[in-house]
Design a protein around this ligand. Structure first.
Ligand SMILES: Cc1ncc(COP(=O)(O)O)c(C=O)c1O
Length: 474
């Protein structure tokens, strides 16, 4: 407990903003207003010294209230994969609102029937499926967990350290990202049945082994804990499995845009089949073309029992849901969930339009090509900058890690923080994250143009140079 004389966290934030030297007037006044009237979310004040008030977006660019322009490498946390203000989305929304239907409760509509059929077609798995639509990613994950528990009649769920699956009461227990979950302990009672395991963050193998050993070690630990009967997850010798499902992000996004080595997803599929639990892929952030395929799990050809989607399907308005094996829904009639806005006609129309645009503009191919275009630039950064420890990229899903020394891998936390802030000052908004606060992620629109990519790397290169000079690396 803070003692009475110590400043409250909110007052410290306010001081930080009031004393920020290079904040422009509109941003400063707006953030002060915001802090005085709202309870801020976790991200806004943890990524930069101070946040911006973004007023406008077009394509891969955004502008703050004082007119400063930025390349957008945050895209509403991957909700704006198509970039900002695509006319086709605006026209579809106008037409839907004026000539068709906005919302009329959780009923079927022509757009909804169309979207659900398309989702069934474009998700992996050659088996009968069913969809349940929702609004936020957290809603959809909650539905996946309810379904898994009801269908298997088991309670335990396996999740991973560092995972982010949402922040409502049902999903908070799954989220292994400590900064948020620490506020809410103990979790709601049913979520005492959540078991966290290490994620294969190979660069910092949690077992202390080599990068090559990482996947096997992570999988072995789950296997051992499932097979030995030393945890409540089950006792195979007595024929008991208490695990309903394992939920995983195919790449761990909010934790630092970490791509696990190949073999991880297949290994999880094998474990699910061996012990008879369900496999849930949370593709809320990795899906919708972000990694150059519609769903990230397609890179490994691994099929989940339930796939969770959200964010970019709505191009800025809430849309999410799950697609699962039809048999999982067999014992449930109509009472699984009901919601005023789930499957609302406007959201479905936008979802259909987003899918049309991905096809029309060949965005999966474009995203893959852009990722390839970035690779030599990343190699050049590695050559030129001793503080760059590693990077991982798939499509336009990019994470970079900064270290004081490539041998010891000591995290360069202050340097990383400074790089993100210098990038911001120079017109590039990217995100500070990582288990140790020494990673930066870049999730621009998946249709970002080459010229924007060139400028992105110029700003980034100059920012790393400036910070390396400041800390005496070069
Ligand atoms: C992988 C993943 N799952 C779930 C969520 C929660 O989605 P929402 O913020 O829409 O509730 C997020 C949000 O960032 C996410 O990245």
């Amino acid at each position: 407990m803070a003692n009475a004389a110590e400043k409250k966290p909110f007052q410290k934030l306010l001081d930080r903003i009031e004393n920020a030297e290079n904040m422009t007037p509109g941003n400063k006044a707006g953030i002060i207003d915001f802090l005085q009237h709202e309870h801020p979310g976790d991200v806004l004040f943890t990524k930069w010294d101070y946040p911006q008030i973004i007023a406008k977006g077009k394509g891969a660019r955004i502008w703050d209230v004082d007119g400063k322009e930025y390349i957008d490498c945050i895209t509403g946390m991957s909700s704006m994969n198509l970039g900002h203000s695509d006319k086709r989305i605006a026209e579809a929304m106008y037409d839907q609102y004026m000539n068709q239907l906005d919302n009329w409760f959780d009923f079927p509509t022509p757009e909804r029937l169309k979207l659900v059929n398309r989702l069934i077609d474009i998700t992996p798995g050659d088996f009968p499926k069913r969809v349940r639509l929702a609004l936020s990613g957290s809603d959809a994950v909650e539905n996946a967990i309810r379904l898994a528990r009801y269908a298997t009649k088991r309670q335990h769920i396996i999740s991973f350290y560092g995972a982010y699956h949402g922040q409502n009461s049902a999903t908070m227990g799954l989220t292994g990202s400590g900064r948020m979950t620490s506020y809410y302990n103990p979790m709601p009672s049913q979520d005492n049945c959540i078991e966290h395991f290490p994620y294969p963050y190979a660069y910092r193998n949690p077992f202390g082994g080599t990068e090559e050993e990482c996947v096997e070690q992570c999988l072995n630990l789950i296997d051992n804990m499932m097979s030995t009967g030393v945890t409540p997850m089950g006792a195979p010798d007595a024929g008991i499995c208490n695990v309903a499902a394992l939920i995983v992000e195919p790449c761990q996004s909010s934790a630092g845009y970490i791509i696990p080595p190949k073999g991880f997803l297949q290994g999880l599929r094998n474990l699910a089949d061996k012990y008879g639990f369900l496999l849930i892929f949370d593709e809320i952030q990795t899906g919708m073309g972000r990694t150059g395929k519609m769903w990230c799990c397609e890179h490994e050809g691994v099929v989940p029992d339930i796939l969770v989607f959200g964010k970019a399907l709505g191009a800025g308005i809430p849309m999410s849901g799950i697609v699962g094996k039809a048999e999982l829904f067999e014992d449930i009639d109509v009472s699984f969930i009901c919601s005023t806005y789930a499957g609302y006609a406007m959201g479905c129309r936008v979802g259909n339009t987003v899918l049309d645009i991905i096809e029309e503009d060949h965005l999966l191919e474009k995203c893959t090509a852009t990722g390839e275009y970035m690779k030599p630039k990343l190699e050049k950064l590695m050559e030129d900058h001793p503080s760059m420890g590693t990077y991982n990229i798939r499509g336009v899903y990019l994470g970079m890690e900064f270290v004081k020394d490539r041998e010891t891998k000591e995290p360069a936390k202050d340097e990383t923080h400074d790089i993100v802030n210098v990038c911001r000052d120079n017109g590039l908004l990217c995100q500070l994250n990582g288990y140790l606060g020494n990673r930066i992620s870049f999730i621009p629109p998946i249709n970002i143009e080459k010229e924007d990519v060139d400028e992105l790397f110029e700003i980034l290169d100059a920012a790393i140079t400036e910070v390396e000079k400041k800390y005496g690396y070069i």
